[in-house]
Design a protein around this ligand. Structure first.
Ligand SMILES: Nc1nc2c(ncn2[C@@H]2O[C@H](COP(=O)(O)OP(=O)(O)OP(=O)(O)O)[C@@H](O)[C@H]2O)c(=O)[nH]1
Ligand SMILES: [Mg+2]
Length: 1003
């Protein structure tokens, strides 16, 4: 390989394999790898070469993306280099799929024809579409339709037709979603066209590009495990010769609803009541079914000998020596319809080369430079042309642990005692990388030195001298910050002012399962922390937090992911350290109820749990109430100056700064579902606009693509939503003039800050004049706004119940005032050290944070949202009862239950709270003696109906007397999290005081 390196770009294909879990990606990859002699043909499909980790092999599931460079020569003698990237299908590893999609230009989407289009198939399609990765389709496991489901050739055709339709519908949905977004953007800019000229060329952008059609040749069928695959042209040319018809014509009617009339060699349209088989069924599936009949279960030598005459590739096969079974099936089928030839031909014909993909993909990868139009910069052209002679720009998508001495990726089994090294998988977008190059980490001034470059060959590394644009390579880097930096993907460029590519991983990925980790021996703490940082670097979807209590908390996307991370930590990154790991802790979100029963609202409006009771001056009695101001709207300053904060019966919280010179008045309400859904849908784009202050294509709308334009678009969309909402509390605020002034979508929070006076707009925070303009009448003073925002962000990140992010809460600022702000500012500027409370900015921030947090403690209104998983479960009919028994014990809500046609398998869809999902796999398998398979993925956050503080007030406790309190799931979750975080709870340590009396023993 090395002698031809570097490869001409038009003959390079960067292709990833995407699919739902277990649909056969790795098996497909095996077949392709075997063409290059890395594994033998007999082993292909069994060895799962790309699953190089031990745990992957043991559990038969791919856990990381891996890449291999393959050579292939097409019939025209063109030499291709295909960089093949296998990706995991399990939801826990979605971020690995993002990496794969980001590195590649094209994708092979694999669908299991027995299971059909599943949840994760849709997710990967969405990912490919979002990254503008063009794809081909492979319908795998056709063999199972033949010998397992025993379908007739006609039924097989119908089933394949339906799957192609389904998957096209899924793609179509993505297209129309985007078209709708574009349309609404046009509407908002009032450029709506009144008429469309039908004679004109209309721009149905991309519709054909994203359609799978066997006639076009971007769909293949086959069985990876038996090593065969075909496209329509394979059979069209085979039959054209025999029937003496034109191959192209035959190809056009081969897939559709046509039958063949041999006497006049015509294709006739099938009528709806026709019993005749389609051409596909009779000319394609029938021979394949016959083949399986004569070799898979029983051997039919005569029939095989007959077939042998027709199939050239079987010339040297001795039918007499064959015995029935999978091995012989594979041997013959892979000669007849060779898998790799079919798939690689499809890939090289239909997937773009790095050259042709660049223009489409750059606006998505680097919107700052390329969306909506490329900026003018000397480096733009080099990137668009993927020019090897331009300034080098590479994108480092992922770090992998490697052993550079032996040139292997370490996987999960380190060799020897040396420490882990990392190589970064890079995609070169322009220029040529050479060892010794000094590369800037964009954006910024930090530099890294490129030490060595490798081609990725599965788990092996092959050193090369250079990497031109369009290639995927592993790079060993050195430099001040190369060890232990926190970044996991970087844009590298030889110039300090280069482009900065967007991170593919959504920072919205949920670290929903968390454990806290500590070393058995405290002396190992440093080593553990280092290990956690290495793990954090190697795996983009891990989160590591240090708690106030000093614990290290590791967050993962699910049960399987957690196990892999712990395994990596013990074997690789924090070796020889004994670890104590707590049972998994789930994440929740804090929220607020829309409304509560009026009867619940007793005299007081604020309920303080016992752990906050220190806030009361003298009284420490659980649940005692704060004083209530006599009037909701007017605050007499003397009264308030005594009490730093209080809540009106209407739920408006007033908080004064510690020096009692400024105050904020804030109330909280639940966000209407439509607004919350809108925030969820655009979470990533909103996060980039609001928190990272980067423009986002999704929210660019009709604007000029600047950050301010995006912010106006956000405001506009919010106004439209606000106008449509018909919930009383939100409506009320919609009638008075209320403006959106802040938003938080960071780390899973979903909150809004609204300004009651309507003068404070979201975009003001990003204006250059923020904080220095003239104050409006009745509005929040400008100097206070940044501090209010900061306080709001802090409160959104950690709520009062258990320091978890808030979700679905809108905070309304009723008023904020400081007496003569100029006075304080002067005081501050002159560095008045006599002020014992610190700068005003900090005080306002704390006051706002407190106000927002206490709002959620309004009596009866506190709520939490639980993470719900969607469970898709398949099981045999007779096991259904047992499966239901397991599910119902775990508070699962069954949504749907259907019998899969043609089988006795039931398909159940349910929602299950994450907290109850641990060890589900084991329990289900035990209950159903293994006859069950299922797939779990995060689905949504569900607002619990229960008030965590119900029946906690002294009166309630009195009423209950001796009885144990009713079970309260919300409360239990809150308490569990508080305990794990080292926060105080109000659980009584002494449960039954009478038992603790010292009893004198009677002798
Ligand atoms: N009958 C049949 N089984 C297949 C075929 N292709 C794959 N399999 C089986 O399906 C199972 C899963 O295959 P893998 O290749 O590991 O699937 P995967 O998509 O890589 O799975 P993940 O990486 O875990 O998402 C294995 O037991 C394969 O033997 C096929 O064409 N026919
Ligand atoms: Mg796999």
């Amino acid at each position: 390989m090395a002698q031809r390196w570097p490869w001409p770009q038009e003959f390079v294909r960067n292709m990833c394999i995407l699919a739902h879990v277990d649909h056969g990606k790795t098996t497909c990859a095996d077949n392709l790898v075997s063409t290059n002699g890395h594994i033998s043909k007999h082993q292909a499909g069994k060895i799962r070469y790309m699953d190089s980790r031990q745990d992957e092999q043991e559990r038969e599931i791919t856990m990381k993306s891996s890449s291999i460079a393959l050579r292939w020569v097409n019939p025209k003698e063109d030499h291709f280099l295909v960089n093949l990237i296998d990706s995991p299908g399990h939801v826990d590893f979605t971020s690995e799929v993002s990496t794969a999609a980001r590195l590649a230009d094209g994708a092979l989407v694999v669908v299991d024809v027995v299971e059909g289009v599943e949840a994760q198939t849709r997710t990967v399609l969405r990912q490919a579409y979002r990254d503008r990765v063009k794809s081909c389709l492979f319908l795998n496991k056709v063999d199972r339709l033949i010998y397992e489901l025993k379908l007739s050739p006609m039924d097989i055709h119908l089933r394949l037709l339906r799957i192609v339709e389904q998957i096209n519908a899924a793609n179509q949905q993505l297209l129309s979603e985007e078209a709708m977004a574009r349309d609404s953007a046009r509407k908002s800019s009032e450029e709506l066209v009144d008429a469309v000229d039908l004679a004109d060329e209309l721009d149905f952008e991309g519709e054909d590009l994203w359609r799978y059609s066997p006639e076009l040749g971007n769909v293949a069928f086959g069985s990876a495990v038996h090593g065969w695959a075909f496209r329509l042209d394979t059979f069209a040319s085979m039959w054209a010769e025999k029937l003496k018809v034109k191959s192209e014509n035959l190809q056009r009617v081969l897939w559709g609803d046509w039958t063949y009339r041999p006497k006049d060699k015509k294709a006739v349209r099938r009528t709806s009541d026709s019993q005749a088989n389609t051409i596909f069924a009779s000319l394609v599936m029938k021979p394949i079914c016959d083949f399986y009949d004569s070799i898979y279960m029983d051997l039919d030598k005569d029939r095989l000998t007959g077939m042998k005459k027709q199939i050239q590739a079987w010339e040297d096969v001795d039918v007499g020596k064959l015995s029935a079974g999978a091995t012989a099936t594979r041997e013959l089928a892979s000669r007849w319809l060779p898998f790799a030839d079919c798939i690689l031909r499809m890939a090289t014909e239909h997937l773009p080369s790095p050259l042709s993909a660049a223009e489409q993909r750059l606006p998505v990868l680097c919107p700052k430079w390329f969306a909506p139009k490329p900026i003018s910069h000397p480096m733009v052209e080099g990137l668009q042309k993927s020019d090897p002679a331009a300034t080098p720009v590479a994108y480092l998508a992922k770090f992998l642990a490697a052993d550079l001495e032996n040139l292997v990726l370490t996987g999960d089994t380190p060799k020897g005692e040396q420490d882990v090294d990392f190589v970064g998988i890079c995609r070169v977008f322009s220029g040529t990388l050479r060892p010794g190059a000094e590369l800037y980490v964009e954006p910024g001034q930090r530099k890294l030195r490129l030490e060595r470059i490798f081609l990725l060959m599965g788990r092996y590394l092959q050193e090369v001298k250079e990497a031109p644009a369009g290639s995927i390579v592993a790079c060993a880097l050195s430099g001040e910050s190369s060890e232990l930096s926190v970044e996991r993907c970087l844009t590298l460029c030889e110039e300090p002012e280069g482009p900065c590519f967007e991170t593919p991983y959504s920072s919205q990925a949920f670290a929903i399962v968390r454990v806290s980790i500590e070393p058995e021996d405290v002396a190992h703490l440093k080593a553990l922390e280092r290990g956690l940082r290495l793990l954090h670097r190697a795996d983009p979807s891990v989160s590591v937090e240090a708690m106030v209590s000093g614990e290290n908390v590791l967050g993962c996307c699910g049960d399987v992911h957690l196990k892999r991370c712990l395994n990596d930590l013990e074997k690789l990154y924090a070796r020889n350290i004994k670890l104590c790991i707590t049972p998994p802790l789930v994440a929740v979100r804090e929220s607020i109820a829309k409304s509560v029963d009026k009867a619940d609202l007793k005299a007081a409006s604020l309920f303080l749990p016992i752990w906050m009771s220190h806030l009361h001056d003298a009284s420490t009695e659980a649940g005692s109430m704060m004083s209530v101001p006599s009037d909701d709207d007017t605050i007499t300053s003397e009264a308030v100056q005594v009490e730093r904060w209080n809540m009106s019966p209407g739920g408006v919280m007033t908080v004064w700064t510690a020096n009692r010179k400024a105050s904020v008045r804030i109330s909280a309400m639940a966000l209407p579902p439509t607004v919350l859904e809108w925030m969820d849908r655009h979470a990533e784009a909103l996060e980039s606009v609001i928190h990272r202050q980067q423009a986002s294509i999704e929210l660019m709308g009709a604007s000029d693509g600047t950050l301010l334009g995006c912010l106006s678009e956000v405001e506009e969309q919010f106004r439209q939503l606000q106008a449509d909402v018909d919930e009383p509390s939100f409506k009320a605020c919609n009638e008075s003039s209320i403006s959106l002034s802040g938003m938080s979508v960071d780390r899973g929070s979903r909150t809004l800050l609204l300004d009651g006076s309507g003068t404070w707009q979201l975009r003001h925070a990003y204006d250059s004049g923020f904080g220095t303009r003239r104050d409006e009448e009745g509005g929040v003073p400008h100097w206070m706004r940044p501090h209010l925002l900061a306080g709001f962000y802090q409160a959104s990140a950690a709520g009062p119940l258990c320091e978890e992010p808030l979700r679905g809460v809108a905070f309304l600022v009723h008023s904020a005032n400081g007496q003569g702000p100029a006075g304080y500012r002067e005081e501050e500027e002159h560095g008045n050290v006599a002020n014992p409370y610190g700068p005003m900015s900090g005080q306002v921030m704390v006051a706002t944070k407190d106000a927002c947090r206490y709002c959620l403690l309004r009596k009866g209104f506190s709520r939490i949202s639980e993470a719900m998983l969607a469970v898709d479960l398949h099981c045999e009919q007779e096991m259904l009862g047992k499966v239901y028994a397991v599910l119902s014990k775990r508070r699962a809500k069954v949504q749907n239950e259907v019998l899969r046609e043609g089988t006795s398998i039931f398909y159940v869809q349910a929602h299950l709270p994450l907290a109850n999902s641990f060890e589900l796999a084991r329990q289900l398998r035990q209950a159903a003696s293994g006859h069950v398979s299922f797939h779990m993925a995060f689905s949504h956050w569900d607002l619990c109906e229960e008030d965590p503080f119900q029946a906690c007030s002294p009166e309630d406790l009195e009423e209950m007397g001796d009885q144990p309190p009713p079970p309260n799931t919300a409360r239990k979750l809150v308490d569990d999290i508080r305990k794990r975080k080292g926060l105080p709870t109000d659980e009584k340590v002494v449960k039954d005081a009478t038992k603790q009396r010292t009893v004198t023993r009677m002798k």
